[in-house]
Design a protein around this ligand. Structure first.
Ligand SMILES: [Zn+2]
Ligand SMILES: [Zn+2]
Ligand SMILES: [Zn+2]
Ligand SMILES: [Zn+2]
Length: 169
């Protein structure tokens, strides 16, 4: 009787452990609420910001010198934070077109919020990320900035070259 009780308790404990282990913050024992878009680990509300967990904090430190607006050289601070248990904000301070860092005050020409809902267990997690476009990319934001434009031009160029080749006598 006592053995079965102990066995039951053990099983209960094991069950609880597997649940918490899967959803535990990588920095502490709190329940993990959001997943870092960079290192893909789960973190609690306190440890979700990049400065608050490894290896992203170290990366941030290393990258601090290079994380500057490519136009004016002002330092930018890519960040992410949780507003509540299920809503997370991500701002990379990076142009979505050319991938370079841009400052918020002067060189973000176009800014949009991109919301994605990711289901985790019973909860739906809302990730809101800030999408930015610099002066150069803003006019072409529909096709993905200047990188998209280059792809597009190359694509059209290939077609034109193909047609010319075909038409050549
Ligand atoms: Zn934590
Ligand atoms: Zn991370
Ligand atoms: Zn700037
Ligand atoms: Zn750009």
């Amino acid at each position: 009787m006592r053995d079965t009780e102990r066995e039951a308790a053990l099983q209960q404990g094991r069950r609880n452990n597997t649940i918490t282990a899967a959803r535990r913050c990588h920095e502490c024992n709190e329940e993990a609420l959001g997943h870092c878009p960079d290192c893909h680990k789960g973190f609690c509300q306190d440890h979700f910001p990049k400065q608050q967990h490894s290896p992203c904090a170290e990366n941030q430190m290393r990258l601090a010198q290079t994380q500057v607006c490519y136009v004016c050289g002002r330092q930018v601070y890519p960040d992410q934070w949780s507003l509540s248990r299920t809503s997370h904000y991500i701002d990379e301070f990076r142009c979505n077109g050319c991938g370079r860092h841009v400052c918020d005050e002067m060189h973000t020409r176009r800014k949009a919020e991109n919301i994605s809902i990711i289901r985790e267990g019973l909860r739906g997690h809302r990730y809101q990320s800030t999408t930015r476009y610099c002066d150069l990319c803003s006019p072409y934001y529909r096709i993905g900035g200047i990188k998209g434009l280059t792809r597009w031009v190359v694509g059209v160029g290939t077609i034109v070259a193909g047609v010319l080749f075909y038409l050549r006598p």
